[in-house]
Design a protein around this ligand. Structure first.
Ligand code: AMP
Length: 294
């Protein structure tokens, strides 16, 4: 069947209700198109745009949602100061050839009386789950709703949030959500820092020191690839982060890549692993991760 042309640099259609989203998706499908979905919280950077390109490689039309999800922020976290830049985001999405933007209000996503929550035990318990106990229930709930609302063919999530990607793969499988879940590699700045909307909180001086986070993970990866024992290698990474002025360091962990169970401290790696870190720098929490195979 002939596919409708990929959208050009025409501005995307912006929809704000579930009904309008479903109608727009139905029009694309009726013309023979397919939908590649990229959920975001806005404040778009080149990492998000790489996900849009990945979605466009898999489907005829890219759909991007912009929704700062209150359910995944604890009361003391940065919900109020999280950057909201919708006009600039839509301009970048127009340039990227994105067909459709879904930007619902909080009351559309969580109308009065809504109480159902999605929990994904196991994979969401350690790491981010330990330090941000509200986080994955909020993410799992909103991503489940977004996947059901959009009915996309594929949805693309960043490996930047590695544990989140594992949680989403688990919930999509467990809840028989027919959208195919794709992971896309982390986009980094020229010095190696993973792109993140939260990097905007860093002063120029802190931004310069932030590169110690990916460097500590790269050094940990090199140690483990050369056969070093896990525990002392992690201790070296923690010391490097402290020396660069990070504090507190929530975790530096060496985990089984999909279950995120911690691997033994007292031995070298016996198989593939994921290295994950979360640490604070001047009041901003940064996360990063890398794959390693011995
Ligand atoms: P956020 O807007 O931060 O919630 O992120 C929306 C999506 O973009 C998630 O799937 C993230 O994992 C992904 N993402 C964020 N930063 C990056 C990055 N530097 N590289 C690739 N994907 C990213």
């Amino acid at each position: 069947m002939t596919q409708p042309p990929r959208s050009s640099s025409a501005p995307p259609l912006i929809v704000r209700s579930i009904a309008d989203l479903r109608a727009a998706v139905a029009r694309i499908r009726a013309a023979g198109g397919t939908i590649g979905f990229v959920p975001t919280m806005g404040a778009l950077h080149d990492g998000h745009l790489a996900l849009v390109r990945a979605a466009q490689a898999e489907a005829s039309h890219a759909l991007v949602s912009i929704f700062v999800n209150p359910a995944q922020f604890a009361p003391h976290e940065d919900l109020d100061r999280y950057p909201r830049t919708e006009a600039a985001d839509v301009a970048r999405l127009a340039e990227a050839g994105c067909a459709l933007v879904y930007a619902p209000a909080v009351a559309e996503m969580y109308p009065p009386g809504a109480v159902t929550r999605v929990r994904v035990p196991g994979v969401s318990a350690p790491l981010e789950g330990q330090f941000r106990p509200h986080f994955f229930e909020g993410v799992a709930t909103v991503v489940t709703k977004l996947l059901i609302q959009a009915g996309a063919d594929v949805a693309v999530f960043g490996e930047k949030d590695w544990q989140q990607l594992q949680v989403i793969r688990r919930l999509a499988a467990d809840l028989d959500i027919p959208t195919r879940i794709i992971g896309a590699p982390t986009e980094r700045d020229t010095d190696g820092l993973a792109l993140s909307s939260r990097n905007a909180y860093l002063s120029p001086e802190a931004r310069a020191r932030a590169v110690a986070l990916p460097q500590a993970l790269l050094a940990l990866k090199a140690d483990l690839e050369s056969g070093a024992v896990v525990g002392p290698s992690v201790a070296r990474a923690l010391a490097a982060l402290a020396a660069a002025g990070f504090g507190p360091v929530d975790y530096v962990a060496v985990c089984e890549p999909h279950t995120l169970e911690a691997l033994p401290d007292d031995a070298p790696l016996a198989g593939p692993a994921r290295l994950l870190a979360a640490a604070w720098l001047d009041g901003t929490r940064l996360i990063d991760n890398l794959g390693v195979a011995p």
